[in-house]
Design a binder for this molecule. Sequence first.
Ligand code: ZN
Ligand code: FE
Length: 261
Amino acid sequence: MNNSVNSIQVSPIAAFSDNYIWCIHDSQRCWVVDPGDANAVISYCQSNHLELVGILVTHHHWDHTGGIAELVAMNENLPVFGPKHSKIENLTEKFEDGDTVFLRPFGLSYSVLEVPGHTLDHIAYYGNGCLFCGDTLFSAGCGRLFEGTPEQMHHSLQKLMQLPDETIVYCTHEYTKANVTFAKQVEPDNKQLTNYANWVCEQRKAGKITLPSSIKQEKAINPFLRAQQDGIKRNAEKYVGKPLPNADAVFATIRSWKDNF
Ligand code: ZN
Ligand code: FE
């Protein structure tokens, strides 16, 4: 909602060293996505005169959930929505693939997509031209595989690639600079990637955010989304020193290449 739906906007709240807690708000009220740090949310709300009216959660990691208990303690009626197949505490409603969440009083709804890979409980929220994808998709990268298999993550990312090109992608971490550095190793001849990497460097030098991204942008520059492409396959095979039978194997190879980069 860079473009505004009923004057709703999405703004980043910086937390820890590289997290963004996305804040979906009008001029008075807000929902936050993955509030790892309650204090960051509380002070943002105070300085922007916003009342917190709900929480969305994508997965169980502490940097996405650590602030929930404190925020709920301040308002026991706060809706806290998260994944059904999870042990996250303080959730008031749990959702699975294909469900719809309603953000009151905004009149906004989002579809829930199960995207296992980074964790097994991971979900994403899609609606109103926006995708809140937690630690599944990053700009020029993707989440580490803490719980799922490479096949699961590859499938989850392909699911996100089915969304319309113009979808705005709200990732949770400012990892873009390290991601483009690695992506250039995998795809040294990708001109769009080189241009993007230059822009990312300028943004970070100026202390500016590199997010949100878009599905269209990620399709062009993110190697984890194009494991079926010849050039990427060739470089993955060169790295691992053997032929790779399919796109899942290419994906698994570049994921572990990045882990050791
Ligand atoms: Zn995580
Ligand atoms: Fe995280």
